[in-house]
Design a binder for this molecule. Structure first.
Ligand SMILES: Cc1ncc(COP(=O)(O)O)c(C=O)c1O
Length: 448
């Protein structure tokens, strides 16, 4: 089936949400659990590049990429061809029953693109949470230890173990306990909110980490330290320079597995294949998902061969893990990232975002900080009185203004006061500029 290309421009033909979306919203409320929340209730009919077309015929600009998934753009021709070709050949055998080449090829590719030139192996799963959970399982078997350290503001998923690793209770953990044991939380090197100032942040956060692990956990009991090299849901927090490298080095010194959760940051998003690379860090294990599949569900744990081989034969797997259609999509997505230099595109997007957002911040004292890297940038909104008090209400109002104007943007942050930009890396410069105009307009309106 061929479809006409979608013009990469915004076009509103109804109010947002339109009548057909509102009708579907009524049906949703009757049929879908209210626990599954919806950000902007426009129902999508088609998508291409950085444009979403809803059922009412509105063309919306996508600054969220379905939470960092559509990095290669919606309906990337390579991904579409690979997926349709694979669907026609076969859709499932279960790799653990009768394997197929795509799974092996993808693991080879992951060994190539992930940081470090040591011998690497991978195992494939279905979601970011599943990858993180398996990375912890692997680290525990490898070390023979049980404890795991995660950080303030961390988000690692919604399964039982990953809920325990995730910091924020509302809404992710509310009422869902008891949580998995042997998870310890340490301070994050969050420069903007570090009590003694950003210049002391890396040093002091690392010192606190070392002393609290020693006192509360015991290095000899610690299997793994897991960290997002730029925290995603927690508010696009870029750890103070040097913090991640010191943690990784300390883990090596103590025989502890350093796990980078690059589920949100991975695959060119930050201007390199992986965010760890900006700090020259080579993780022992790396958890990936989201952009890996170009829109199809797939996740991976990739790491040092001797660690990945630690569990017993048959210890890792799952019915759908590394599904052949998802493997085909992932191989095609990686090819698009390489062939179109999407890391380079992410760096250019980052320059534009930084410039425009900094200009906005100079105008509005409600923007406490502009931060991020590459095509993963955010603004943190605070009261304009120097107190850094988070302003979640303003954040909501700005996002609502964007939505009304046909711009899909996402909030995040422990305090619900961060607006994050995660455009498809193929977004055209004029469309990105228009998106940022809309953001500025919505900001001006919300501030009043
Ligand atoms: C850093 C990080 N880890 C893990 C996850 C969980 O991934 P999934 O929703 O695919 O389970 C997410 C999802 O947002 C994430 O951002």
């Amino acid at each position: 089936m061929t479809t006409t290309p979608i013009e990469q421009s915004r076009k509103l033909v109804t109010e947002i949400p339109g009548p057909l979306s509102r009708e579907l919203a009524t049906r949703r409320r009757a049929a879908v659990s209210s626990a599954v929340s919806v950000g902007l209730e426009v129902y999508i009919d088609r998508a291409e590049g950085a444009i979403l077309v809803d059922v009412d015929g509105n063309h919306l600009i996508d600054l969220g990429s379905g939470i960092a998934v559509a990095s290669v753009g919606h309906a990337d021709p390579g991904v579409v061809a690979a997926v349709t070709g694979q669907v026609a050949r076969f859709t499932h055998t279960c790799f653990m029953v009768t394997p197929y080449p795509g799974y092996v090829e993808l693991c080879e590719k992951l060994a190539e693109v992930t940081p470090g030139d040591h011998e690497k192996k991978s195992a494939l799963f279905n979601s970011g949470a599943e990858a993180v959970e398996n990375a912890i399982k692997i680290a525990r078997v490898h070390t023979g230890r049980k404890a795991v350290v995660a950080f303030d503001h961390a988000y690692h998923g919604r399964t039982n173990l990953t809920m325990a690793l995730t910091a924020k209770v509302q809404p992710y953990k509310q009422g869902f306990g008891p949580f998995a044991p042997e998870v310890y939380r340490m301070p994050m090197a969050y420069p903007y909110r570090w009590p003694t100032g950003p210049e002391n942040c890396a040093e002091e956060a690392f010192a606190q980490f070392v002393s609290q692990v020693h006192v509360q956990v015991g290095e000899e009991n610690l299997a793994a330290v897991i960290l997002e090299p730029i925290q995603g849901e927690g508010g696009f927090i870029v750890p103070a320079p040097g913090f991640v490298a010191r943690l990784a080095q300390w883990c090596t010194e103590h025989g502890i597995v350093f796990i980078a959760d690059e589920v949100q940051t991975g695959f060119c998003r930050t201007g390199d294949w992986f965010a760890c690379e900006h700090e020259g860090v080579v993780p022992d294990l790396i958890a990936t998902a989201k952009a890996l599949g170009g829109g199809l569900p797939i996740a991976a744990v990739t790491g040092r061969a001797e660690i990945m081989d630690a569990p017993v034969v048959g210890g890792l797997g799952g019915t759908y893990g590394g599904n052949p259609v998802s493997c085909a999509a992932a191989l095609a997505a990686i090819e698009t990232m390489t062939g179109n230099d999407l890391a380079g595109r992410a760096r250019l997007i980052g320059q534009e975002l930084e410039q425009r957002l900094s200009r906005l911040a100079a105008e509005f004292p409600q923007i406490g900080e502009v931060r991020g890297r590459g095509a993963m940038m955010a603004i943190e909104l605070v009261r304009p009185d120097g107190s850094k008090t988070p302003d979640a209400a303003l954040t909501k109002a700005v996002l609502a203004g964007c939505a009304r104007r046909g711009l899909v943007a996402l909030g995040c942050g422990t305090y619900g006061n961060v607006i994050r930009m995660l455009p498809p890396l193929v977004i055209e410069p004029a469309l990105l500029a228009e998106a940022l105009d809309i953001l500025a307009e919505s900001f001006t309106e919300a501030v009043g």
